[in-house]
Design a protein around this ligand. Sequence first.
Ligand code: GLN
Length: 301
Amino acid sequence: MTDSGSGGKTVAWGELLAETTALLADAGVGSAAQEARWIVETASGMEGSELLLGFDTPATVRGVAHLDALVARRRAGEPVQYVLGSWGFRTLDLFCDRRALIPRPETEQVVEVVLAELDRLLLSRHGDHRPVAADLGTGTGAIALSIAVERPGTDVWAVDRSSEALAVARANLTGLGMAGTRVRLVEGSWFEPLPTELRGGIDLLVTNPPYVAAHEDLPAEVREWEPVDALVPGPTGLEAYQALLSEAADWLAPGGVFVAEIGSTQAEAVSALAVAAGLLDVQVHQDHAGHDRTVVARRAD
Ligand code: GLN
């Protein structure tokens, strides 16, 4: 990119934005103008209207170097969320990198279902019981931290067996302030790291586990950049649900709720697993694209 250091010439951010757009379009990035804006915002430290007003502001050498590095990564095919290093999820601005799955809009809707179920549970439970929620396979912490922020009366356990993913979740938890004091991060496979006192006491279990079958095609940006362990549980794509549901009824409180994100073709199979695990009132919810996305089931009262 233009060398702002040579001959005392400086390049303005507006010009760099135009160049970045062209470079991304040239590399085949679909929404080059939008992504260029995000990348320039990150490199310049100016956001939204601040950047618009700052178009004539000369970039520093350091700013241009930062921009060049980000553009090179995006041109090499790295997902824009990892390049930016943060991504919006509901009310949160989550730090993200290759150690955990990128937070997705479908999962924002899974949280919507979770919050409705928590509200229903609160209405049906008497006294000052603090609901206990557990997010199994938390990744960036998107679901667990959203619960903590949006329903501050809840105690939240966030579990991941990947210490690398947990480091990402921990970084996000640190930015949460007060709401973060209700969240505990624990390392291990599904229920394994939870304290035994919680057995039979979890009001709401939620999971966005790996659910892609080994033979399924994934877009190159997903396959080559996101952690495969967070995507593919085994040959059928159902292995994580099998493992989780074999223990879910033991860990749920009476009347407690199980909520899982699913692949759009898995509603029947996951519902059947929930019934086989002794859970009741199975419901399937669709995402905004009209695809089956969330399975909800309940332990008997
Ligand atoms: N929705 C993701 C994808 O197919 C998969 C997420 C998951 O396995 N939990 O890109």
